[in-house]
Each structure stands twice: as C-alpha cells, then as structure tokens.
Design a protein around this ligand. Structure first.
Ligand SMILES: Cc1cc2nc3c(=O)[nH]c(=O)nc-3n(C[C@H](O)[C@H](O)[C@H](O)COP(=O)(O)O)c2cc1C
Length: 174
C-alpha cells in the first residue's frame, strides 16, 4: 500500500470484530515501531501487548466512562500499552524527548497496523498510575499512550483537518 494512501485513509477505530489478531501481524507492527527514529538513537520505547481477556478487562477501570474509546478497550482482541523510559532519552530546550521518541514509534505502529488491515486508536485519557499498578509497570517507566488493536468493525468518516495555509509558512512566519 502506498504510504500516502495510508496517511489519507487511516482512522481512529473504536469498534472491532472478535477475530483475534495473528501473532505474526502483531510482531510485524511492533517491528515497524522498532524502526522509528529517536533521540540519539536511544530507543527508549517499550510495548506491553495484552491479548489475554482478563488482563484487558483489568485496565478498563482506568479509563473514564466518557472516553469515546473506552468500549474499544473492552472489546478489541488486543491492547498495546505504549511506554517509554525517560532515562533512555534526554531533555533539550525543555522538551522531554522521550515523549517524541515514543510518539513516533506509536505512529509507526498505527500506520503499519492500517497497512495490514488492522485498526488502532491512540488513547491518552486514562489514569496512568492505576494502569501501571494493575500491570506491574516499573516506577520509572511512563505510559505515553494505549491503543486497542484488531480488525475494524466500522468505517469512520475522515475527521476534519486544518488547511495547509493555516498551518504552514514559507521563508517567514506568516
Ligand atoms: C495524543 C492523542 C490522544 C488521544 N486520546 C484519545 C482518547 O483518549 N480517546 C479516544 O477515543 N481518542 C483519542 N485520540 C484519537 C483522536 O480523537 C483522533 O486521532 C482525532 O479525532 C482524529 O481522528 P482520526 O484519528 O480518525 O483521524 C487521541 C489521539 C491522540 C493523537
């Protein structure tokens, strides 16, 4: 699939089929994340894949009921907790680059999933402490995002985007 088609057609998926995701596909997706660029190539990302229904049910409680993606966490056949180790990245100009490192890897993961016919939905609204406690994630590790993963059971319309003219400048600001 052409990469520009992937950019155009990927959507956040919040409704999934029961069909389990093949282990090889999960590994292919994680491998795409592994290839992301990172601060000084320190690769601070870590991925915790939950395919066990009990484990998935345990994290559900940490999502507010009005998070539109909560149901997807309950029903998708897999959930990936995307983490970073800030000690394996650095802060420059006040920017915590572990967030950038992990975010790039996370987006590689989402785009690779789409190219394989799978859906994802980046979720950032949850109680991080609760999830870390539930899953036994070590103190120093941060959760940057969580996504359900599975075969889509919906075809959402594209969400609007700002025009290029609103967000880009050439040679000088504005
Ligand atoms: C950092 C981040 C956090 C997000 N958190 C949530 C979330 O907690 N729940 C949810 O349903 N969607 C969440 N989203 C998905 C966005 O709502 C979605 O990407 C946006 O509306 C654009 O839709 P699209 O991904 O289908 O293009 C998040 C996306 C990002 C990038």
């Amino acid at each position: 699939m052409d990469i520009f088609q992937v950019f155009r057609e990927r959507r956040s998926i919040r409704k999934y089929k029961d069909t389990p995701v093949e282990r090889e596909k999960i590994e292919q997706i994680l491998d795409a994340a592994r290839l992301a660029p990172s601060w000084k190539n320190m690769q601070c990302w870590r991925f915790l894949v939950l395919t066990d229904a009990d484990m998935r049910a345990k994290v559900l409680d940490a999502f507010p009921d009005d998070n539109p993606g909560k149901k997807a966490i309950a029903t998708a056949p897999a959930v990936i907790v995307v983490c970073g180790n800030p000690a394996e990245s650095e802060v420059e100009n006040g920017i915590d680059y572990f967030v950038a490192d992990v975010s790039i890897a996370f987006e590689h993961l989402c785009l690779a999933a789409f190219a394989l016919g799978l859906g994802t939905c980046w979720m950032g609204w949850y109680d991080e402490k609760k999830i870390k406690r539930t899953l036994g994630i070590p103190d120093g590790i941060r959760i940057v995002g969580i996504t359900p993963l599975g075969y889509p059971d919906q075809e959402p319309k594209p969400r609007p985007r700002k025009q290029l003219s609103e967000i880009s400048y050439f040679n000088q600001w504005q």
